[in-house]
Design a protein around this ligand. Structure first.
Ligand SMILES: [Zn+2]
Length: 388
């Protein structure tokens, strides 16, 4: 069954080099990393020999992830790359003695800064997509400005300008673009947003983000932060941590970070006893290593923000009682601490001066972007994926 799905999903990208061929495939729904190894005749020791935290990482492979595989003329797997985050991927390869080995390697990409100026024809999303062919950018713009501007009140020929950083890989935009600053006219009146630190502020230095998430264990200490990739200087290995760990005693109640619907209750690989809740706007939260669930909690049930859903424990591959909290947007892991920190204006004098300088610099760039003269070349999607 799996093999059939797998073959269907294998799509050729580049053809034959030295008798090997590179293929792209999409990670199938509902298949764990361990099942994948089993179905591909790769020794399971590759998984079992991993450290606890690496097993936890391997639990993170998401259905729909685009992977690359290299096979020889007989269809035997030579190399496999499975991205876990935008930064880090699982690499399976044959070592010198022809045995399969596994390590975590950084994803190779380039990134560059762009300016974009667009005149509104239908909506910011449609017009940015049309100008750049980059729907992730259109989406990022809508997220940053959707909180301060009512897009329905925009008029034709209102302008928008953007400064952003985009990763590129294999000739295509890759991952989430980072918006540095932006401007949009609402009926001819300009509204600005600037990234300062981790968050976006308007031109007065006020944060306009609506407070959406609350802490799962108020007052608990963060014992391990989110990190999409870091190099461990002693182990000389790449690692990642796709959540925020909160230290707390066994049995401490864990609260839902926002309203939502329970989408998973049960054991989940290295995460042990786990609850997942889906929220509005494509968000999902995950609570791992729990000791047990709130009485009667079941999949499909609605929960309110602050409602107790489980209790702190140490199940799965965990070295001591703590909560591992994961936050995902459209199945991509993101840093909970970035979205939860308390509302704050740019405060002290040093920050205010710094911010004023940043606003001046960014406005000069945005001014350059106006009129579309500096727009990047439009990315045109190519249809080279041939399913067979
Ligand atoms: Zn963790």
């Amino acid at each position: 069954m799996f093999k059939k799905i797998f073959i269907l999903l294998v799509i050729v990208l580049n053809l034959h080099a030295k008798g090997y061929s590179m293929q792209n495939f999409t990670w199938p729904n509902g298949v764990t990393f361990l099942q994948f190894l089993e179905n591909s005749n790769i020794p399971l020791r590759l998984y079992y020999n991993l450290s606890d935290t690496d097993k936890e990482l391997a639990t993170e492979v998401v259905a729909g992830t685009e992977c690359e595989i290299m096979v020889d003329e007989d269809g035997i797997l030579e190399q496999l790359l499975v991205p876990i985050t935008e930064e880090l991927q699982i690499h399976i390869y044959k070592d010198k003695s022809d045995n399969y080995a596994l390590n975590f390697t950084p994803v190779i990409y380039t990134q560059s800064e762009h300016l974009l100026g667009v005149s509104i024809e239908s909506s910011p999303y449609m017009d940015i997509s049309k100008a750049t062919g980059n729907s992730a950018l259109a989406n990022a713009f809508s997220v940053v400005f959707g909180k301060v501007v009512n897009f329905k009140r925009l008029q034709k020929n209102d302008n928008l300008a953007l400064r952003y950083i985009q990763k590129e890989r294999l000739g295509r935009p890759y991952g989430q673009p980072e918006i540095i600053s932006g401007m949009i006219e609402e009926n001819g009146k300009s509204k600005y947003m600037y990234k300062y630190g981790l968050k976006y502020y308007d031109e007065r230095g006020k944060i306009s983000e609506r407070f959406f998430f609350k802490l799962p264990i108020p007052g608990a200490r963060v014992s391990s932060k989110f990190s999409p990739k870091r190099f461990h200087p002693i182990l000389k290995r790449y690692r990642a941590h796709l959540g925020t760990d909160y230290a707390a005693k066994t049995g401490t109640p864990i609260k839902a970070v926002a309203d939502g619907r329970v989408s998973f209750v049960g054991r989940k690989g290295g995460y042990g006893k786990t609850v997942e809740i889906t929220h509005a706007n494509g968000y999902k939260s995950l609570y791992a290593h729990t000791n047990g669930f709130a009485k009667g909690l079941k999949s499909g049930q609605s929960v309110k923000q602050g409602q107790v859903i489980a209790y702190v424990g140490s199940t799965g591959t965990s070295t001591g009682p703590h909560l591992h909290l994961g936050l995902y947007k459209n199945n991509k892991a993101m840093d909970f601490q970035k979205v939860v920190s308390v509302e704050k204006e740019v405060q002290n004098v040093k920050e205010k001066q710094e911010f004023a300088k940043l606003v001046k610099e960014q406005n000069e760039k945005l001014q350059m972007a106006m009129g579309g003269f500096h727009n990047p070349e439009k990315f045109v999607g190519f249809d080279s994926f041939i399913a067979f």
